[in-house]
Ligand binder design. Structure first.
Ligand code: UT7
Length: 333
């Protein structure tokens, strides 16, 4: 029988500072009613000055290791849009702080699809025998790249981190991850982009224009693609597994916007009581959103061992992806 990656532990961490919709309404022309009705978001957590993505990743990683009851893994993967530095990657320092110096450590960049790309990568490391265990962390201090004057991105994004510990196991045991569907369309990169700061702008000899250092989003078009791509990707992964949504106990989509999540779930035929969401309390935490939503649901007793979980995400790139997993008997830390 082939080797599978099995979920052995889960943890999440949110920075303590909360920014409510009312707080945003004091900063620019918006309202709690507008944000709630258009996005389902009531508040988001935001890093304090001086706190980085690596700090959040460390906290979530430590909790996932505790949940798994281990203090050793062979590799640390961090999925993030907001690394501590352009170079080096954030993962080696997180690994070092967790007492995992010397292990393989690298970042995965697929924006809001980053956690599922990271999960596929970690699964591959285990399936190939390169690693027997992996700590995968989705972490973002996304508010550090949001233009504080942009009411559409400020309303959506928040900060946080969520992590999985994966170990080698059998494909038919609880916790087994897969199959996956992953995809991208780089011709639409400009729909979600930080125009300045990378080699494209630096090599141009042109200084960054004001605002180009922020994450710019063409919200309406992104919304349309998010619904379409997440739905199609989820359908493809179900086809790979050879069953329909009737066998799915829980659907967790990337927490982009509650209306997007509902539109995808409606198209897939997932009834409301099987949908997992914490977007009202945490907003859109990009690469952290799926593990954070699962950690919250597990802590609230909304996931039972044996549940068939469908996860689906969409983000900048454009990128998208889906995967299936059987929920194991674990307790989040
Ligand atoms: O994480 C993965 C990638 N991101 C996403 O998936 C997000 C996808 N997009 C969205 O969720 C939605 O497009 C938004 C929530 C960002 C915006 O909602 P919308 O219903 O698509 O609004 P819109 O962009 O079409 O804008 C309609 C109006 C505009 O005003 P005008 O030009 O009609 O006067 C916006 O300026 O709503 C305005 N608006 C706001 N008004 C009050 C945008 N943000 C706000 C706000 N408060 N926070």
């Amino acid at each position: 029988m082939s080797r599978a990656a099995v979920l052995a532990g889960i943890g999440g961490w949110l920075p303590p500072r909360v920014v409510t919709n009312e707080d945003l309404a004091r900063r620019f022309d918006t309202s709690d009613e507008w944000i709630r009705s258009r996005t389902g978001i009531g508040q988001r957590h935001v890093v304090d000055q001086g706190t980085s993505t690596g700090d959040l990743a460390f906290e979530a990683g430590a909790r996932a290791l505790k949940s798994a009851g281990v203090d050793e893994v062979d590799a640390v993967v961090v999925a993030t849009t907001t690394p501590d530095h352009l170079s080096p990657a954030t993962a080696p320092q997180v690994a070092d702080r967790l007492g995992l110096g010397g292990r393989a450590a690298f970042d995965v960049a697929a924006v809001c699809t980053g956690f599922l790309y990271g999960l596929a990568t970690a699964t591959g490391l285990i399936a190939s025998g390169t690693a027997d265990s992996v700590l995968l962390i989705g972490a973002e201090s996304f508010t550090t790249i949001v233009d504080p004057a942009d009411r559409s991105t400020s309303a959506i994004f928040g900060d946080g981190a969520g992590a999985f510990v994966l170990r080698a196991g059998e494909p038919d045991e609880l916790g087994a991850i897969g199959p996956f569907d992953l995809g991208s369309d780089g011709s639409l990169a400009e729909l979600l982009m930080i125009p300045a700061g990378g080699s494209r702008q630096r090599s141009s000899g042109r200084p960054a224009a004001p605002g180009e250092e922020y994450f710019l989003m063409q919200g309406k078009q992104v919304y349309r693609h998010a619904v379409l791509r997440m739905t199609e990707s989820a359908q493809r992964v179900l086809a790979k597994a050879g069953h329909g949504t009737d066998r799915i106990d829980r659907f967790v989509g990337h927490q982009a916007n509650l209306r997007i999540l509902d539109a995808v779930a409606d198209r897939l035929g997932v009834p409301p009581e099987r949908r997992i969401s914490n977007i009202d309390r945490v907003g859109n935490t990009a690469a952290a959103s799926i593990p954070l939503a699962l950690a919250d649901a597990a802590a609230a007793g909304e996931l039972s061992p044996g549940d068939r979980v469908l996860a689906s995400a969409f983000g900048g790139g454009l990128t998208w992806g889906s995967c299936l997993l059987r929920w194991p008997d674990i307790t989040p830390a």
